[in-house]
Design a protein around this ligand. Structure first.
Ligand code: GAP
Length: 427
């Protein structure tokens, strides 16, 4: 884990939040490389689950919502973690994450406060008056935006059951103990789908979404372990939940979740808002309130799991074996040496050509610092799948070397074939 945290800081993936002021617990900032990686993950997810499908519709709802949403959803009453303090060293813990009988994990004392329930929603005020009538919450999940827009999507898109609403966005939780780098933070991003089904078909679609989640994890090279969440560990809205766990260096922990939320949310909003949140079946002409299967993916936990899985050491060589589709940079272009104008000019030409096609390929970078070995080393470490080198032979026959990150092998490719070469690799 230390290697990944250090690589992230050193190479511009992830920095501590508000660092020059000593930081702010539970916050991290994504740097130039991190934002590319994160955006690529989000785009791949959107393409996979929204653009490539006919039955899932996108949404981008507001983070601030009417407080009644959170009362109806059960979050005001029930979105709490149990909290306990050590009276001796004043450390604070989530009571469900430690064994209270074994004493304080920090000082060993057996002197805890009572376990209290702590609501994790961040509260603020909309407008200048700070009283209870202006209180609003920062959303702790993106899901509710999809439930309150259910009718809007049904009325505008006229979907047939089953169908889904998908959203990527920020969520905020006042975690008692944020930690383990970007694993548990107070501000994070989720990629969620609320998939509306007929009540009697929930098991079928639960299994189908579990299979989709497996496929997604395979594409990213993540080994996941499915765990049935039992009893009180399930969220208040769920009748069945499985967590998809990943072996993080600090233990096997939840990466993603899949829940059968029944009609809990729609029924609550229907009762609380007085609006009709139902679906008129064309076939039966009866109104039904659909049930919901919810696959949910944490973006930041994906970034962490992807980095941990991709990190490889081969002697002195360190490289990130990222799926090229999500690698921050796709191709780096170098002149063999930086002090031969003909080589630099030719390399610049290729770089510009590829760069004008970056909507197809992704980010293309230029590097002429140091020697070629150092440049390969630097690109390997940030996971760039291919490096193009323009050398003396290029000036004679218009071919370049393309070096593969994973094998460190080079092949000669004609300049005119470069675009199709990379397009094929990224297909
Ligand atoms: N709408 C359902 C829901 O929010 P969740 O299991 O509480 O379910 C979904 O959260 C996902 O969000 C988790 O599987 C995890 O990937 C991510 N997540 C939750 N809390 C997080 C935190 N404090 N920091 C980073 N990611 C978090």
């Amino acid at each position: 884990m230390e290697k990944i945290v250090s690589l992230c800081k050193r190479r511009g993936f992830i920095f501590p939040g508000s660092e020059i002021y000593g930081g702010l617990a539970g916050t991290w900032d994504y740097g130039p490389l991190g934002v590319e990686l994160k955006n690529n993950i989000k785009q791949l997810w959107w393409k996979t689950f929204v653009i490539r499908r006919d039955d899932v519709f996108g949404l981008d709802s507001a983070i601030l919502m009417n407080s009644k949403v959170w009362e109806a959803s059960g979050h005001v009453g029930g979105f709490s973690d149990p909290m306990v303090d050590c009276k001796k060293c004043k450390s604070r813990f989530r009571a469900d994450k430690i064994d209270v009988k074994k004493g304080c994990p920090d000082c060993g004392a057996h002197n805890f406060t009572e376990i209290r329930s702590f609501n994790m929603m961040f509260k603020t005020h909309a407008g200048p008056v700070e009283d209870s009538s202006t209180e609003v919450y920062l959303r702790p999940e993106t899901a509710q935006g999809m439930f309150v827009n259910f009718k809007n999507v049904v009325d505008t898109m006229r979907p047939k059951l089953p169908f889904g609403i998908a959203q990527i966005g920020r969520a905020f939780r006042n975690e008692i103990t944020p930690g383990n780098f970007i694993f548990r933070t107070r501000e994070f991003e989720q990629m969620e789908i609320e998939y509306f089904v007929r009540a009697e078909e929930w098991e079928k679609y639960f299994d189908l979404w579990l299979a989709e989640m497996h496929r997604w994890s395979e594409v990213l090279g993540l080994e996941i372990h499915v765990r049935e969440v039992e009893g009180e560990d399930k969220a208040h809205y769920s009748k069945r939940t499985v967590d998809l766990d990943f072996d993080f260096p600090f233990g096997r922990e939840e990466l993603y979740g899949l829940a059968y939320r029944t009609d809990f949310d729609l029924q609550n909003h229907l009762r609380s808002s007085g609006q009709e949140l139902n679906y008129l079946g064309e076939e039966t002409k009866t109104k039904i309130v659909p049930h919901v299967i919810e696959p949910t993916w944490g973006v930041d936990r994906t970034v962490l799991a992807v980095l941990l899985s991709a990190y490889q050491e081969d002697g002195d060589r360190k490289f990130l074996k990222l799926n090229p589709k999500i690698a921050p940079y796709k191709v780096a272009v170098f002149p063999l040496v930086a002090n031969k104008p003909q080589l630099v000019e030719k390399a610049r030409e290729i770089y510009s050509q590829l760069k004008t096609n970056n909507y197809k390929l992704g980010t293309i970078v230029w590097d002429d610092r140091g020697n070629i070995g150092k440049r390969y080393y630097a690109q390997d470490e940030i996971g760039t799948p291919w490096c193009i080198t323009v050398d003396y032979q290029t000036l004679e026959d218009n071919t370049v070397t393309v070096r593969d990150r994973d094998t460190a092998k080079q092949e000669r490719i004609s300049i005119s074939e470069l675009m199709s070469y990379f397009e094929n690799k990224l297909a």
